[in-house]
Design a protein around this ligand. Sequence first.
Ligand SMILES: C[S@@+](CC[C@H](N)C(=O)[O-])C[C@H]1O[C@@H](n2cnc3c(N)ncnc32)[C@H](O)[C@@H]1O
Ligand SMILES: Nc1nc2[nH]cc(C(=O)O)c2c(=O)[nH]1
Ligand code: SF4
Ligand SMILES: [Mg+2]
Length: 210
Amino acid sequence: MTKEAILAKVNAGEMLPLMEEFYTIQGEGFYKGTAAYFIRIGGCDVGCHWCDVKESWNAETHPPTAVATIVENAAKYSDTIVITGGEPLTWDMTFITSELKKRGLKTHIETSGAYELTGEWDWICLSPKKMKLPTAKVYEKANELKCIVYNKNDFEFAEAQAEKVGKDCILYLQPEWSKRDKMIPEIVEYVMKNPKWKVSLQTHKYLNIP
Ligand SMILES: C[S@@+](CC[C@H](N)C(=O)[O-])C[C@H]1O[C@@H](n2cnc3c(N)ncnc32)[C@H](O)[C@@H]1O
Ligand SMILES: Nc1nc2[nH]cc(C(=O)O)c2c(=O)[nH]1
Ligand code: SF4
Ligand SMILES: [Mg+2]
């Protein structure tokens, strides 16, 4: 295929820059503890300084891969597929989610919501970032809001984000991994005082799994 042809397919969401894919246990949020197949798509320009997958940022370093191939493979492992990144909404998610749903698979997304919400989702985990705020539509559609707590100011940001999501959206505070020893006690105290929030931990890191 020519470079132009590949670019056209990527723009149409029929090929995506695939960084990695793995069958594991969802470590975070509402589905924590549930087996799921993860598809990690490269490309993100949100720029969180504490991001735990900076290798995902540059889409050029991840090979454009046919969505048909990604979906066919994913279906062998699980009925729950988590699309993450990078920032998956950098790309048009319409085609990949429609192919997954055609096979009866459940589609979950991990997103900052910084770009237009595309695709058909059974579960949307919205993790807003100060540098590039979510779009109006993703606030409305989010099933869970997962705010990362790196320092005390993040509680205020989390409250402002919680104002913007729907009334059934489940609210989580998740410690930034490198600050976990400092921030876990703060989060515990905050959740006891403000019980509309729940604690989310990156349990896969404690389990030593991907
Ligand atoms: C790597 S991001 C990819 C998806 C999307 N770009 C996003 O930020 O939601 C997956 C999840 O990991 C969280 N995350 C990333 N780095 C983290 C860290 N150092 N500690 C805790 N959570 C982190 C993000 O906030 C997000 O909820
Ligand atoms: N096990 C596991 N659970 C996760 N939940 C969200 C993740 C992500 O990087 O999006 C993630 C991840 O990288 N691994
Ligand atoms: S938006 Fe997600 S992938 Fe992008 S830098 Fe932030 S945590 Fe990392
Ligand atoms: Mg992760």
